[in-house]
Design a protein around this ligand. Structure first.
Ligand code: UDP
Ligand code: MG
Length: 183
């Protein structure tokens, strides 16, 4: 199954973008979506979701040892988030630029955090930090694994590796403007 998994991983760049609870409460969902739409990336998944504690801990597992980890988990589970999958060549790094530095006071004007936030612990939005994490957070690669190899006994485990979207929640489509965005 490895070649197929590698193909799924390499097929297309995708990133997981999430409007955090402060962004939802402050009415910034449309503003955040709008910035990615206007840039020209393709939206492939979108939902409002109350994040359970175990998912928040899994999503931020690399930060488990940090002193701010408990506060971060409380923040992310404090209200609904908006989960998004965006696709396009170079989307992971570009989205990080559109979002801006982790500390909103250091983030450049023109970025989401630079324009809309003042504190690291209330920085409005998440974006995957690498193509591998984009795949892990969205979950499409694991979908492909499930579809092609019917690992029935392992399916629960694999589904758990796909963090934010379930099978059927990612929509493959071709925007009518595609030819006006890329030559
Ligand atoms: N965070 C925090 N205090 C810190 C560093 C990070 O509260 O000193 C929070 C902040 O919400 C940040 C998230 O933890 O967005 C994840 O941290 P990371 O270093 O991955 O930053 P990001 O990738 O979101 O820019
Ligand atoms: Mg990060």
């Amino acid at each position: 199954f490895l070649p197929r998994l590698v193909a799924a991983l390499e097929e297309v760049d995708e990133t997981y973008i999430m409007v955090k609870p402060d962004g939802v409460q402050r009415g910034l969902v449309g503003e955040v979506i709008s910035r990615f739409e206007k840039k020209g990336f393709k939206l492939t998944g979108l939902k409002l979701f109350q994040c359970p504690r175990d998912l928040a801990e899994e999503h931020y597992k690399d930060l488990k040892a940090k002193p701010f980890f408990p506060k971060l988990i409380k923040y992310i589970t404090s209200g609904p988030v908006v989960c998004m999958a965006w696709e396009g060549v170079g989307v992971v790094a570009s989205a990080r630029k559109l979002i801006g530095a982790t500390d909103p006071l250091q983030a450049e004007p023109g970025t989401i955090r630079g324009d809309l936030a003042v504190q690291t612990g209330r920085n409005v939005v998440h974006g995957s930090d690498s193509p591998e994490n984009g795949k892990r957070e969205i979950g499409k690669a694991f979908d492909a694994l499930l579809r092609y190899y019917h690992l029935l006994n392992l399916s629960d485990m694999i589904t758990n590796l796909a963090l934010w979207f379930k099978e059927g929640e990612i929509c493959e489509w071709t925007p009518a403007v595609a030819q006006w965005l890329r030559e």
